[in-house]
Design a binder for this molecule. Sequence first.
Ligand SMILES: *Cc1c(COP(=O)(O)O)cnc(C)c1O
Length: 284
Amino acid sequence: MGFAILNGEIIERSNAMVDVEDRGYQFGDGVYEVIRVYNGKMFTVEEHLNRFERSSKNIGITLPFAKEQVKEQLENLIKKNNLQLGIIYMQVTRGTAPRNHTFPSGDVKPTVVAYTKELSRPTENMQTGVKTILVEDIRWLRCDIKSLNLLGNILAKQQAAEAGCFESIQHRGEDVTEGSSSNIFIVKNGVIHTHPSNNLILKGITKDVILDLCSKNGIAVEERVFTKEDLNNADEVFLSSTTAEVMPIVKIDGRKVKNGSPETVTRRLQALFTEEIENQCGKL
Ligand SMILES: *Cc1c(COP(=O)(O)O)cnc(C)c1O
């Protein structure tokens, strides 16, 4: 789409270039966010900007712009690109410097980039549910940072794609962690279980919205580790992410979840989630 932001300035996207020695390119030395846009408005923007700041801070990058400035830049970008329904992709890297593993000196400025993409809601998959496979979680031990280093994640997602599936559900030994780019939930006897937000998973904004909706609507949640066996015995399974929203999982490794159709708690959460979008961004 038309325009991008490079270090605070809106320019033609085709002119938005970074150096071959940008540390994002060479080391994956940076962090990112994907923000949903509905009706030209950003959904849960404060939460995303807070996480962006937190991820940056966790790897010792100081953002060159205040949160309010970034928000204003993104709003301008949405207008400039006339984006109604889609996403903003935004990343910051430690900047451009002669290749060396150690951090460059303090006068090297981080590179901040953002652009937009049109993207509809995945209505069909949300209706029918998606297929998944189980894969061993081979990632590092700071999965709480939304890092540009996504090798473990993309290898897992590629395996899913090659199996004709939407997502991989990762596990460390017996314990289920999260999807390659989503959080995983199971429902058993009306209670939702999901991995606690520690260093082994990315604390999804969508996950937090869901937990909030549960607490406001009297749906029981236990944020505790569950196993592959719990997954196999679950009444319902679903995943969440900025782009997938609340997505029912109907198959795992070719085996049907319960009766193989999305069930009541998942459907209820989908409706509550849509309401929340409309509260923030207007009628869909
Ligand atoms: C981004 C991401 C998620 C989902 O987070 P949202 O904020 O809900 O989009 C989950 N897991 C991983 C590994 C991610 O990178």
